[in-house]
Design a protein around this ligand. Structure first.
Ligand code: TMP
Length: 216
């Protein structure tokens, strides 16, 4: 399916998946593909992507004050970072015809805070909608991996210690995975599920084939 849109507008393509699903690797590969195909492309991430958002990211992942953070406060901090990113970066880029590839977006909140932290879906939906306004993703790619594989990949990551969000147990990540699959089933027009377990070249090829069909 090719998305219907006016010719001057770009696209917002979001990438979702649990920890260790390989999103960052694939996002940079797909950005190269779009650039090589002649599309002006930017990559951004959540939480973060703006000065304010990166400060919020630090609080959420590594801040001292994060130890006693309530799920409600966590939800609002993710939403604050997103509200800033949408208006400062994503909206202007999409309006000027660019392809925006965003590492996580509102579906992370639905899944992690709504299903993972068990916050009520009504308020989560209202806050998500308030944060993004009418800037909805055109396409969302979910990199799907079993929670056990994500955990194993995190354990072998050489970079740094697990952050606050990465200290959850395997049950939490099983719920996250199921949450994404449920969302994708409910919104098949927007979601693409890609198996995140093969080698990176194979995954890239699959994502690119799907995106090319929809976007180019
Ligand atoms: P990451 O950028 O390394 O994936 O880390 C972001 C972490 O924050 C990850 O554990 C998922 C979590 N997260 C939420 O819980 N809710 C959200 O809305 C977003 C954007 C991320």
């Amino acid at each position: 399916m090719t998305l219907e849109k006016d010719d001057t507008r770009g696209y917002l393509i979001t990438f979702e998946g649990s920890e260790g699903s390989g999103k960052s690797t694939q996002i940079s590969r797909i950005a190269n593909r779009f650039e090589a195909a002649g599309y002006d492309t930017i990559v951004t991430r959540e939480p973060g992507g703006t000065d304010l958002g990166e400060e919020i990211r630090h609080i959420l992942k590594h801040g001292h004050s994060g130890n006693d953070m309530t799920p409600e406060a966590e939800l609002l901090l993710f939403a604050a970072s997103r509200a800033q990113l949408v208006r400062e970066v994503i909206r202007p880029a999409v309006d000027s015809g660019k392809i925006v590839l965003c590492d996580r977006f509102m579906d992370s909140t639905t899944v992690y805070q709504g299903i993972g932290r068990k916050l009520q879906s009504g308020p989560v939906h209202v806050i998500n909608t308030f944060a993004v306004g009418d800037t909805m993703p055109d396409v969302t790619v979910v990199l799907d991996i079993p929670a056990e594989i994500g955990f194993e990949r995190l354990r072998h990551r050489v970079s740094d210690l697990p952050d606050r969000m990465e200290q959850e147990n395997i049950e939490f990540y099983r719920k996250v995975r199921e949450g994404y699959l449920m969302l994708a089933k409910a919104l098949p027009e927007r979601f693409i599920i890609v198996d995140g377990t093969p080698d990176p070249d194979t995954i890239e090829e699959r994502i690119w084939r799907e995106l090319r069909n929809r976007v180019i």
